[in-house]
Design a binder for this molecule. Structure first.
Ligand SMILES: *[C@@H]1O[C@H](CO)[C@@H](O)[C@H](O)[C@H]1NC(C)=O
Ligand SMILES: *[C@@H]1O[C@H](CO)[C@@H](O)[C@H](O)[C@H]1NC(C)=O
Ligand SMILES: *[C@@H]1O[C@H](CO)[C@@H](O)[C@H](O)[C@H]1NC(C)=O
Ligand SMILES: *[C@@H]1O[C@H](CO)[C@@H](O)[C@H](O)[C@H]1NC(C)=O
Length: 273
């Protein structure tokens, strides 16, 4: 991994990601996707931890009620896996020892409650250091059981994509949500547009897609307070913690993959490098 490339991507207007990667796969664009980070990409690790920061129903309501993701359906890591032609990376803590010895297409080590959820949450979580420790177990213990040839294993890892969602993004933090309320969605969008136009050309395209989202301020759901909204595709925020809806993850992942929000390379370009 030492000769992997480190590329800084701006994942749409919302989050900043560091991708360490290079790639080229056969059926899929790359052999595997490994995911690290917080609730923005957690796919269910926190289900296995003693914490209030758990995504229980109606989280997952648009994903066959599979809980553990901090949104109504798939998150950004899931969409990226799909666009790469891979299965959605399963949460590490949800895997049996046997499953760990079989999976070669990537694993998700992310855990909610660092970053945004640290504000409200407490209890157990997987800090990045712990996530990386689990990843090294995957590399040293599990992957060699699935890929016996050492050269093949090295090649597999060198071509895989490593997605790290560093979380804490300005758009979702409480002060910013206050600003949205103060200015109203249109003015806030204008403000964002002004800010972002300085750095990113892309941006108009995303806004065009976002226009379909009519509820920018209200969240779709809040435990014991706001019942689950009917049309999740019209909401920007799923919950009162600032987690976006699946549609937002879809739009932003797609733009990162084949649009212009991820620089200097789109994910598609990165995967084909
Ligand atoms: C965890 O594993 C169980 C059993 O295989 C499965 O039913 C469940 O959907 C998994 N949860 C997640 C979040 O992947
Ligand atoms: C998901 O859970 C809700 C509430 O328990 C239920 O009404 C709905 O039928 C479930 N949907 C699926 C696809 O299982
Ligand atoms: C991205 O663009 C490439 C090249 O045009 C295309 O083959 C691929 O299907 C696109 N991927 C997605 C997820 O739209
Ligand atoms: C998150 O919370 C833990 C303990 O509750 C604390 O040690 C840690 O510094 C916090 N991290 C951040 C980024 O605020």
């Amino acid at each position: 991994m030492t000769n992997s490339k480190v590329i800084l991507l701006v994942f749409s207007l919302i989050v900043h990601q560091v991708l360490i990667a290079n790639a080229n796969g056969e059926h899929a664009l790359v052999p595997a996707l490994y995911v690290f980070g917080d609730s923005g990409v957690d796919a269910g690790n926190n289900n296995h931890l003693n914490t209030r920061a758990k995504a229980v129903w109606p989280y997952g309501v648009d994903l066959n009620n599979i809980t553990g993701r901090f949104t109504n359906g798939k998150n950004g890591a899931d969409f990226i896996a799909i666009y790469l032609g891979l299965p959605m990376a399963p949460p590490y803590l949800n895997l049996s020892d046997h499953e760990k010895s079989q999976i070669t297409t990537g694993i998700n080590y992310a855990s909610g409650s660092s970053g945004i959820l640290n504000i409200t949450g407490d209890g157990e979580r997987l800090p990045l250091k712990e996530q990386v420790r689990y990843f090294s177990l995957t590399v040293e213990r599990d992957l060699p059981r699935a890929i016996k040839n050492k050269k093949e294993l090295e090649d597999n890892l060198a071509k895989s994509i490593f997605l790290l969602l560093t979380g804490a993004n300005d758009y979702f933090l409480p002060p910013n949500r206050e600003l949205i309320e103060k200015l109203g969605p249109q003015q806030y969008a204008n403000l964002l547009l002004e800010e972002m136009a300085v750095n990113i050309q892309i941006f108009l395209e995303i806004m065009k897609n976002m226009v379909r989202i009519t509820h920018l301020k209200e969240h779709c759901y809040e435990k014991d307070k706001v019942p689950l909204c009917e049309d999740r595709s019209k909401y920007f925020l799923f919950d009162n913690w600032g987690h976006p809806t699946e549609i937002v993850y879809k739009i932003t992942s797609m733009d990162c993959f084949n649009g212009t929000s991820c620089v200097p390379l789109s994910l598609f370009q990165l995967a084909n490098k």
